[in-house]
Structure formats: structure tokens, C-alpha cells
Write a new protein. Structure first.
Length: 118
């Protein structure tokens, strides 16, 4: 089994920054993709960013390009989401999720709330 634990959410003013962390424990995989998703009230879940195990392949939603940065520390089994120049529309519950090679995100964290005030 795999456990994902997010941390780093909170309340920040517009223009501020936060760094989310996602620590993975349990089984290990030879290849994986870790993604960050978010869901705001009344909206569908949105994929924000993802990163491969090697760190070579990354993805960003258009809405966060240039402001968010995803990275990983393989030694710590941790993935980070650095969020800069936050906007009120970034307010959501942020989840990390793991694709262990099956082409789908089978493992999910419990989520961490990010609130950006105007």
C-alpha cells in the first residue's frame, strides 16, 4: 500500500507564496508520475502539475504556468509544489496523487487547503 501525505497549505494574501509537500511511503516503484490536483467548491478537479520520477518530464496547467513549479526529492520520496504570485482563483483543496505506472492516478493524499485572499 502507498500513503501520500500533503502539507504546506494555508491562508495567504494575493501575490504571496506557498510551498506544498507530498511525502510518499509504503511500496516503492521503479517508475512513477506524481501529480498535483486541485478542486475548488463547485468546480471540477483540475490537474495542476505533474513530474516524472526522473524529473525530466513535467506538466503544468496553463493557469499556473510561470507561477508554479513542481520538483521532487527522490531520496526523501517527496514532491513539492512551489506556488508563487498566488491569486484568489488558486483557492482550492490541493491533492497529490501517484501514477505508479498504470497510466492512472491510483493513490491519493487527503488534501490540503489553500486559501488566497484578495
Amino acid at each position: 500500500q502507498v500513503q501520500l501525505v500533503e502539507s504546506g497549505g494555508g491562508l495567504v494574501q494575493a501575490g504571496g507564496s506557498l510551498r506544498l509537500s507530498c511525502a510518499a511511503s509504503g511500496r516503492t516503484f521503479t517508475s512513477w508520475v506524481m501529480g498535483w490536483f486541485r478542486q475548488a467548491p463547485g468546480k471540477e478537479r483540475e490537474k495542476v502539475a505533474s513530474i516524472s520520477r526522473s524529473g525530466v518530464n513535467t506538466y503544468y496547467a496553463d493557469s499556473v504556468k510561470g507561477r508554479f513549479s513542481i520538483s521532487r526529492d527522490s531520496a526523501r520520496n517527496t514532491v513539492y509544489l512551489q506556488m508563487n504570485n498566488l491569486k484568489p482563483e488558486d483557492t482550492a483543496v490541493y491533492y497529490c496523487a501517484l501514477d505508479a505506472g498504470a497510466g492512472r492516478y491510483d493513490y491519493w493524499g487527503q488534501g490540503t487547503q489553500v486559501t488566497v485572499s484578495s
